[in-house]
Design a protein around this ligand. Sequence first.
Ligand SMILES: [Zn+2]
Length: 312
Amino acid sequence: MADALERVSDPKLREQLQLIRNLYGQVLTSEDLQRQIKGFQGQKGIYKPAGAEQALWVRQTRRGIYPDKELSLQPDGSWTFLYAPEGRDGQTDLTLDTNRALLTCKSTGSPVGVFRQTTDVLGRTAYDVLGLARVEAYDGEHFVLRGEPIDWTSAPIPEEVVPTFSPFQVDGPSMVESLRIARDSRFSVALRRVYHERCALCQVGYRVKGQVVGVEAAHIIPVQDGGVISDLRNGMLLCKNHHALFDRFAWTFDGKLEVRVSPDREFRESALANHLLGWEGKRLANLPTLDRDLPAPEAIDWRERRFDEAWP
Ligand SMILES: [Zn+2]
């Protein structure tokens, strides 16, 4: 799996795209982005740097001819976003420089940065940095953007269907280091999105300067036991304490997503003051909105078996 950034010959463009990749998952205000991202100050919609053939980024605006659609997230953290082209006099005009720059990305396979307007926790207008995407198609109304992690070498990317869950990691072709790091960070961000940035159990979660703090991505079947690495159905978002306790099998949950706590007396005595026993037998308080993003039954069963072995 090659890194698509290698296809971008202009070093300045490549550097900016790398930066957008690194900012993936952050929610930043316009001012924050203006300091870092070329063109963000003046340009809305699609930004094509002067002299470049391709677009550097697109930014969701609410003035498109066809409204942009909601982001659609896949279990591995990749996503699809339908982005409305720019228009003139209320009509889509694909000959506009900006639209043509996106069509260039489509034909060359060069990545483009994607920002989506949102509201931060203070109610200010902010941008969700969606990272890098491939311009997969133009469907007659929208550009179809497919966001990392994607296999940049396969063209076209297969139709979007939710893949069946495979609990254990199957190693494919070796992955370049930059993409492996991207995959791991995207697993975390995908979990943050679907778990609303809060611990599945206690709902703790914070934001500091655009970054989510205090919560971690946890694997249900651990990676060292061969668990699938980047499928959010083998994961959940937990605060640091509940993650540490989960890793020691101090608690788990069953197929009904109800909390089970270790029967061990020493642990229960120590946990008394720390609320954990209060969740025993109750359904996890913070779960993904879509059923398809919930922990997979195979992963839960594996975990429960280990839990029962840990406390015979
Ligand atoms: Zn917690």
